[in-house]
Design a protein around this ligand. Sequence first.
Ligand SMILES: [Zn+2]
Length: 150
Amino acid sequence: MDIETSEQGDLMSWAYSSRSLDRLNSCHPDLILLMTEALADPACPSDISILEGYRDEQKQNELKASGASQLSWPNSYHNRFPSMAVDAAPYVGGISWDWQHYYPLAAHIKAVWSRLQQAGKVGAGHRLEWGGDWTSFKDGPHWQLVAADG
Ligand SMILES: [Zn+2]
């Protein structure tokens, strides 16, 4: 974390790759706005790669079969269209799977969500949930919009 911060400095600004944008654009507008604002914010602790937005039936069932997902089609939030889930990984010289990069990024994304929610820009009818907060099957890249009454 500290090494990355000093290398990136404060003049660096990040932008999503076209592949990330394609994936992000398959998501609910709240997730698009959230991830766009999160990366544009100078306080963002790392670059971000969008790993997945909408996920089709074949891919969902492949992930279930491999154990990478616990859910069969169409039960994942990734299976709705637009997708109610997005997978966002810290990009630190490459896609990171290290929790030390996920926690600061998650704190940042939650803060941006709160800010957008207070401004009335997101969160009508749903709240944001982070897979890293789950007690079993922790899913660091995973964010989903859950019905507010759910
Ligand atoms: Zn996910």
